[in-house]
Design a protein. Structure first.
Length: 298
């Protein structure tokens, strides 16, 4: 079989879309004989008739209908390849990697990505989700171009940062947990009788550091989803971002408790965007930073 060409695919699609060989020829600015020859050559190469010419108008055969979807995919991929190549020559990134702190709410990023894909259809977003210092490390080592982090971990001269939003942390337990019976502030010595579920990671930035830990009995988890599930199961108490547990609280699956010594510094987490000061962002990355900075303003 001779090599198929993109031109043959485009001719095939033009005939299908325009409904006739003559209209396809007009669309492609070619002689009708050239279009007819192109289809005949394609059919000969694949040894399958694509059009039934018995009627007045050429109609797709069963084989033609089956191959139409693949032909469209080939054309779309070829166009995407061409657009990506043009973007690369103009400095546009092939990919934009973003790391998201596991406590950062997803809706703001999802909204940004919807607009992003419309403006930069050839740039593939890659999103990582990591807890605490692990998110900042992916930014510092160059794995990601942009980080949406707790600003606590972005306070270093190597990073440019901008504020985005504040997350409220809420101490919660399952309704069947013994701590759920307290309707008053719970003293630390009482909390220490029970397991506290603590979010942690293996990064060097948070090694040996605890945030909001009051109990001597701790189960340390690197996944916020696992912590959430364990809280719902009554395996311990812990602090959770309000946007992740507000529905559970409303439905009675979790209950807010009040530790007497709850550190005010961890009640409100300042979240922001950051990127490396020594690495220039491409057009897509610059747009993302500007978009997030704008929508975060009151």
């Amino acid at each position: 079989m001779d090599a198929l060409t993109l031109d043959q695919i485009y001719i095939f699609l033009a005939v299908v879309d325009e409904g006739s060989f003559s209209k396809a020829a007009k669309k492609l600015n070619r002689a009708q004989s050239a279009v007819t020859y192109g289809i005949q050559k394609l059919e000969a190469q694949i040894d399958v008739p694509l059009f039934d010419r018995a009627a007045y108008r050429a109609t797709l055969t069963e084989a033609g209908r089956a191959l139409l979807l693949r032909a469209r995919r080939i054309a779309e991929e070829a166009n995407a390849f061409r657009d990506s190549a043009k973007g690369l020559t103009s400095g546009l990134e092939a990919e934009l990697a973003i790391v998201l702190d596991s406590m950062f709410p997803m809706p703001p990023l999802a909204t940004a990505l919807q607009e992003f894909t419309e403006r930069f259809p050839t740039v593939t977003p890659r999103v990582y989700v990591q807890p605490l210092g692990a998110a900042a490390e992916l930014l510092l080592d160059g794995t990601c171009a942009i980080g949406l982090l707790q600003l606590l971990f972005a306070e270093m001269p190597t990073l440019k940062r901008f504020p985005l939003l504040t997350i409220d942390l809420i101490p919660v337990v399952a309704p069947n947990h013994p701590l759920a019976e307290f309707d008053r502030p719970i003293e630390t010595h009482e909390l220490q009788r029970y397991v506290q579920l603590v979010l942690t990671d293996r990064s060097s930035m948070t090694a040996g550091r605890d945030y909001g830990v009051l109990s001597g009995q701790t189960w340390r988890l690197a996944d916020l989803g696992a912590k959430h599930s364990m809280l719902l199961s009554g395996l311990g108490w812990g602090n959770m971002p309000s946007h992740l547990v507000e529905d559970d609280i409303k439905r009675g699956r979790l209950k807010i408790i009040c530790p007497a010594d709850f550190d005010a510094r961890v009640v409100h987490l300042a979240m922001g965007g950051a990127y490396r000061a020594d690495q220039r962002l491409g057009p897509a990355g610059q747009w993302m930073v500007e978009y997030l900075s704008t929508v975060s303003k009151p």
